[in-house]
Design a binder for this molecule. Structure first.
Ligand code: ADP
Ligand code: MG
Length: 702
């Protein structure tokens, strides 16, 4: 039979039941899936480096044969090191493999192989080069060059899938491509192919797995060959097309158009404003107002660094909705934050006389019943709460808008359930994770995006430094001085109770700090597992200045706003992620007094932990920090894949390829907007459905 992309991989030679099962675990069941498994690197195996010409420190590929190999067991460990000696016409090369027991008996003298790695000088024999843990591949005995998938070409290197090595993958993918005589459907519209001079999908697949002889290895390894560019574009295009479809669907929904141009409403907006808004706040409010007026529901993401003043923008939007006779719900991820929003909304809305209610799980049953009743009857105009808002028994009389604060803390379903409390309410989701615009487009491309890129006036930048653990006495002395000058301080720990890890736990440290370090000061503990009334009490007293030092975990990470707090000490700072440290630091520097953030870490820290601290010391720009974080961790981990839906791109990388992303987005949205191209769309959508299901479970409010 002639295999097509839909043929099951079981028809391929060299794939028994075991390997098939391993592939299936990775979602590879058809030839098409297999061909979508792309190389992450390429090796030039046309031009091997002769051993004699290896340069220490320069990665190279060597073709050689085994001279000898031996396993050395360590006396006190179960571990073993495999020593290998190989030779080519020009000389000999040593290689050492840690945990090398698996190689014992596999590498017989005379066995031809390819080694890829970074040579260094062998410390024991100064004239010999060695490679530590090089990648290697055995060639068929005899004349290796006879096998065209292994040498004599630019060779693709795949990430092994369990026991299915790069080499096996290469062979079966090669076979699949050879047999692929049927049509390869191309999802890219012909106009797009022409405009960008892209190769067809079929050509691209062949060239991406087995690049032509004259291809440039460096270009390939930068993912910039024509075939790679096309496949990257395709991935973005399909993804954006899905977003565009979703957005179009939302636009057809009937929402609640709000009146905004009346004098009465303008007056109300002015009345509640406690300060002069920044230019960015005005611009964003205008964007929101534009949405609220429309007959389709608003679907907007408000992005702004910590402290950029998102809350007041949200409350202004709420004012419009309430003046139109509808209710507004604001959901926050923690009770502490919900309470804070509740208190600040009460203050802000006092001149307007709107009712403000709080719904969190910590309130007394009778109070709760009362609040539920007010929500159902429509008496409650502005309701602030936590997840308690999405419980079944919460029914709104007339929900006109939902606001979600710190949206990245909620799952897709939780957000969706809140929207379903009304009939197509307007939605404003806010995040303090300042994602670069291009990335926001990738992830939330079905939302409109507003960015608050200006800080309210009167802020003095936070001074950040990092301090070794043995300098803590000096740090405490500094805290004492600041508190003596009337300020307040946060001291942050990564865990609540003492654990096996030698992290200082908040509870134990609280005991110690309050008894022996700051005996004359008012110190309180705050962590997520305390009872709600205790939490509220601690937070409220800190806000009122009755407590001087708050010893806390990351419960204060989001949203907490106490202007008089000017010092934050973060112990074990190297254990936190970059974005998290930035969020924590955002708790200070909120007033006009100078603030200080002191990151405490072991004196000896190195590597990424150290880099993170240096980044924080160097900049307070959330966008820069987010970008840095992304580079260090990659998009998956950055977003915490669970909550953000797994945006599983095979080859595209939103940061590296942001230009292609923008092009693809433009093409996808243009296609959807063009009625004349509807027939074209139909075919595409049929193609798109399964791709979306399999790969993109997008986090979206829809
Ligand atoms: P975030 O964007 O992190 O949620 P908030 O909305 O909590 O920030 O605002 C941070 C602080 O800045 C609050 O104390 C708020 O009252 C204040 N603020 C916001 N906008 C302005 C402004 N235009 N002028 C002065 N202060 C402002
Ligand atoms: Mg906030």
């Amino acid at each position: 039979m002639t295999p097509t992309l839909n043929t099951s991989v079981t028809y391929l030679k060299g794939l028994g039941p075991q390997r098939t099962a391993l592939l299936a675990e990775r979602g590879i069941t058809t030839v098409g899936d297999l061909l979508s498994y792309l190389p992450f690197r390429y090796e030039d195996r046309i031009h091997f480096t002769p051993i004699a010409r290896l340069v220490p420190g320069q990665v190279a590929t060597v073709r050689a044969e085994v001279e000898s190999g031996s396993l050395m067991r360590f006396a006190h460990r179960r571990d073993a090191m495999f020593h290998l000696l190989v030779k080519d016409d020009s000389g000999k090369l040593a290689a050492r493999f840690f945990h090398g027991a698996y190689l014992d008996g596999k590498l017989r003298p005379g066995q031809p192989l390819v080694l890829h790695g970074k040579p260094s000088l062998d410390p024991n024999r100064p004239l010999r080069t060695e490679m530590i843990n090089p990648e290697f591949e055995l060639l068929r005995a005899g004349n290796g060059s006879a096998d065209s998938t292994e040498v004599g070409r630019i060779v693709p290197v795949y990430e092994a899938i369990g026991a299915v090595s790069s080499r096996i993958l290469r062979r079966i993918i090669y076979a699949a491509l050879q047999g692929l005589t049927g049509d390869v459907a191309d999802p890219l519209p012909s106009g797009v192919l022409r405009r960008y001079a892209f190769p067809s999908r079929r050509e691209a697949l062949i060239a991406i797995h087995f690049p032509p002889h004259d291809a440039d290895v460096e270009t390939l390894n930068e993912f910039r060959s024509p075939a790679q560019v096309r496949m990257i574009f395709e991935e973005f295009f399909l993804y954006q097309l899905g977003l565009a479809v979703r957005r179009q669907h939302e636009k057809q929904q009937v929402g609640i158009p709000m009146r905004v141009r009346e004098e009465r409403i303008r007056e109300a907006l002015k009345r509640i404003l406690p300060f002069k808004p920044t230019g960015a706040q005005k611009r964003v409010l205008a964007e929101i107002v534009g949405d609220l007026e429309k007959p389709t529901p608003m679907n907007r993401l408000l992005e702004g660094d910590v402290g950029s003043g998102k809350t007041i923008v949200a409350l202004e939007a709420a004012t419009i909705v309430i003046e139109n006779g509808y209710q507004v719900a604001l959901m926050a991820p923690t009770e502490i934050l919900a309470v804070q929003h509740y208190l600040s909304a009460r203050r802000t809305f006092a001149p307007a006389g709107y009712s403000v209610d709080l719904l969190v799980s910590g309130i007394k049953p009778r109070e709760k019943a009362h609040t539920l009743e007010r929500i159902t009857s429509g008496t409650a105009q502005f309701v602030v709460g936590t997840h308690a808002l999405i419980e079944d028994r919460v029914t709104f009389a007339k929900l006109g808008m939902v606001i979600i604060d710190e949206q990245h803390r909620f799952g897709v379903l939780q957000r969706k359930r809140l929207f379903e409390k009304g009939a197509a309410p307007h939605a404003l989701v806010m995040t303090a994770t300042p994602i670069p615009r291009t990335l926001a487009l990738t992830l939330y491309g079905d939302l409109e995006l507003s960015i608050l890129d200006e800080m309210p006036p009167g802020r003095t930048p936070v001074e950040t430094r990092w301090s070794a653990e043995n300098q803590l006495p000096g740090v405490w002395e500094f805290v004492r001085r600041e508190v003596g000058a009337g300020r307040q301080a946060y001291i942050i720990y990564p865990v609540i109770e003492e654990s096996k890890l030698e992290l200082k736990a908040a509870t134990a440290e609280y005991e110690r700090l309050s008894k022996s370090v700051f005996p004359q000061l008012k110190v309180r503990l705050l962590h997520g597992r305390m009872r709600s009334d205790e939490k509220d009490d601690a937070m409220e007293r800190f806000r009122r200045g009755e407590i001087q030092i708050l010893v806390a975990t990351t419960v204060v990470e989001v949203g907490v706003d106490v202007r008089n707090a000017t010092v934050m000490v973060i112990e074990h700072a190297d254990r936190f992620g970059l974005a998290q440290l930035h969020q924590l630091r955002g708790r200070i520097g909120r007033g006009s007094a100078k603030s200080y953030c002191i990151l405490v870490a072991p004196k000896s820290i190195t590597g990424e932990g150290h880099e993170r601290l240096e980044t924080l010391v160097a900049t307070s720009d959330g966008f820069q920090i987010a970008e840095q974080d992304l580079k260090q961790r990659g998009p998956g981990e950055f977003f915490g894949t669970k909550q953000h839906g797994d945006v599983a791109f095979h080859i595209a990388h939103p940061l590296r390829d942001h230009k292609l992303l923008e092009l693809a987005r433009g093409e996808a949205f243009a296609l959807i907007a063009d009625r004349a191209r509807e027939p074209e769309m139909k075919t595409l959508l049929a193609y798109l459905g399964p791709v979306w299901q399999k790969r993109f479970q997008l986090a979206s409010v829809g």
